[in-house]
Design a protein around this ligand. Structure first.
Ligand code: SAT
Ligand code: MN
Length: 593
């Protein structure tokens, strides 16, 4: 017999409905105890769902492989179901909620037969924090339970905080038979609910992450006067010991995790610079009593891209994966029962199993050992540079918002917006070359406003309006300054023009100096750009002239870019805030000067 962990009436009624629909053979409440989690790990190993890795080299670490057709988020099958189609907006896929429930019920009906229903109570944000929110995920996958246990705060303590309230996000996941033709990831913002069927891949099934913490939360934030953003949070400690916090938005697989855990270049380290990681993917942001904006990271772990992570690119991330981590779709080194991925080191294993489960010899194979979107799920506490503010229920005060994308040409290394509304414009025109984090073509430029295109739970026109409204409530002296960065500029031969990684600190340093009013900048048509002399190049094999090449504004190319922005804006009709239309007109006029 299941032992229920709560008497919450709305929760018990909802669960009764789900049991009726899904017909599980067994029901297990996740209480968050170590004994229960350990037993589930053992069970997953026994059934082959996870492989236990070398206990000495990677204690408490596991490997999991998803189905070959189930390795990334599926945006075309991700729906926002609002009563009115217009409320989902032109950049989301929409279906009528009643119709969609009917379709999903038919897919889910009876799908738990012979399986266990796991009930996961979880908190996004420190348990009990005024900025936190509670969700319940029902799933038939142990892998989901174990990942949620890393990515969120899970267990009985969450139900104790919830009490009898019905303010919680309903999340249903049914693995079914991972049929791509019947795969749907559906948000019902008006019902505070999420349904995900026929997938077992991270972003589609760890419902606390993109589905709740971005899509549902962005909608809640609009109604409740706060913001859910696809942003990392880092603290930059200056030599005097003061720490300034930055939130930065980049599309998936553009280096948010690397930036959030950055190790300063040697010269900077010697001076006493340090970077502290508060979060690597999502920020929940709200105005504090002192009138400044405060952010928390609602997550409790990192769901990071494995390929390219190494001791040079991100030693802190790599160290975070050394225990208590679940690896998904990486390569299995049979010689020592550890894991490997492209870009980990130059010694691919020769006696290995690739992400598809086939024998693999890294010395000979043309195929990749790990999937390009293979991931590690690592506990945040493992991170050597985790901020001491990570558990602060009130969050950290934000000095700067930074937007950015992956652009080989055009966008300069860094520029600052002229004011808040212009900053909202800068975020809204973000474009980035696509990556393996979502299914579809890789490497084509798509507009991805605020890196929220796949994650905004309502009409993006209204979302921009919300940004503008937030700005109106802020004293300009207290509002974060807004910037745009691009680490990915290349020359015509395809070589990167900026070293990136730890050297990005040089740019963050300029950003904080701008926030503190300590450094001048040149006014251009697109915003304030640094003078090359003000970016510290000490210790870099780079001249000011070379730097100048990525601190340029090619007016003709920008006019072309803005034509693409106009196309995007046109989709929103009268939902486009007048403020953004005005900003666009102003930049266009300035480019003509
Ligand atoms: O798979 S996730 O959506 O969680 C990761 C990402 O795409 O950023
Ligand atoms: Mn992300």
């Amino acid at each position: 017999m299941e032992s229920k962990l709560t008497k919450n009436p709305s929760l018990l009624a909802w669960l009764d409905e789900k049991v009726e629909l899904l017909k599980p053979s067994e029901i297990v409440w996740i209480d968050g105890s170590k004994e229960q989690i350990d037993a589930l790990k053992a069970e997953a190993v026994e059934t082959g769902e996870m492989i236990k890795l070398n206990e000495e080299l990677l204690p408490d670490c596991y490997l999991h492989r998803t189905a070959e057709n189930d390795v990334a988020r599926v945006e075309a099958r991700t729906l926002i179901c609002t009563t009115k189609e217009e409320d989902a907006g032109p950049t989301n896929h929409w279906m009528d909620p009643t119709e969609c429930h009917k379709m999903l019920d038919e897919i889910a009906a009876g799908s738990y037969q012979g399986r266990t229903m796991y009930i996961i109570p979880y908190s996004m944000g420190p348990v009990g924090s005024p900025l936190a929110k509670i969700g319940i995920e029902v799933t038939d996958s142990i892998y989901v339970v174990l990942n949620m246990n890393i990515m969120t705060r899970v267990g009985k303590k969450v139900l104790d905080v919830l009490g009898d309230s019905d303010d919680w996000v309903r999340g249903l996941h049914c693995k079914c038979n991972v049929d791509p033709e019947n795969r749907w990831i559906v948000q019902f913002p008006e019902e505070n609910s999420i349904v995900s069927v026929n997938s077992a891949y991270g972003g589609n099934v760890l419902l606390g992450k993109k589905c709740f913490a971005l899509r549902i939360a962005s909608y809640l934030g609009k109604n409740e006067g706060w913001q859910a953003e696809h942003m990392l949070i880092l603290g930059l400690q200056k030599p005097d010991g003061e720490i300034k916090y930055i939130c930065a938005a980049f599309p998936s697989a553009c280096g948010k995790t690397n930036l959030a855990m950055l190790i300063p270049p040697e010269g900077y380290q010697k001076k006493g610079y340090k970077v502290w990681c508060v979060g690597d993917d999502i920020s929940w942001i709200r105005k504090g009593k002192d009138g400044r904006l405060y952010a928390i990271n609602p997550e409790n772990g990192f769901f990071g891209v494995a390929p390219g992570t190494n001791m040079k690119s991100n030693p802190n991330a790599l160290k975070s994966t050394m225990q208590g981590t679940i690896f998904t779709n990486v390569c299995h080194n049979l010689d020592n029962n550890t894991v490997w991925w492209e870009g980990l080191d130059k010694n691919p294993p020769t006696n290995a199993i690739d992400w598809k489960g086939n024998p693999w010899n890294g010395a000979e194979s043309e195929e990749k050992g790990a999937h390009p979107n293979s991931r590690f799920t690592a506990p945040a506490v493992n991170c050597p540079c985790i901020s001491d503010q990570f558990e602060n229920p009130d969050g950290v005060p934000i000095s700067a918002f930074v937007f950015g994308g992956r652009r080989e040409k055009l966008t300069p290394l860094v520029y600052q917006s002229k004011d808040w509304n212009h900053g909202v414009f800068v975020g809204s025109i973000m474009g980035s070359e696509t990556t393996a984090a979502a299914t579809g073509a890789v490497g084509v430029v798509r507009r991805d406003p605020m890196a929220m295109l796949p994650f905004c739970g309502y009409n993006m026109g209204d979302y921009w309006k919300h940004w503008i409204e937030i700005g109106k409530t802020l004293d300009p002296d207290k509002a974060p300054k807004i910037f745009n960065v691009n680490w990915f500029r290349k020359d015509d031969e395809g070589n990167f023009l900026w070293p990136g990684f730890g050297d990005n600190l040089r740019v963050l340093d300029w950003i904080i100096d701008r926030c503190d009013g300590k450094v001048d900048a040149q006014e251009t048509a697109i915003g304030y750009l640094p003078y090359a002399k003000d970016i510290n190049l000490e210790g870099l094999d780079m001249t000011e002239e070379e730097l100048d090449k990525i601190l340029d504004v090619d007016k003709a190319a920008w006019e072309e870019e803005l034509a693409g922005v106009e196309e995007l804006y046109a989709k929103f009709g009268d939902k486009l805030p007048q403020e953004l239309a005005d900003e666009l007109a102003e930049v266009k006029a300035a480019l003509k000067d």
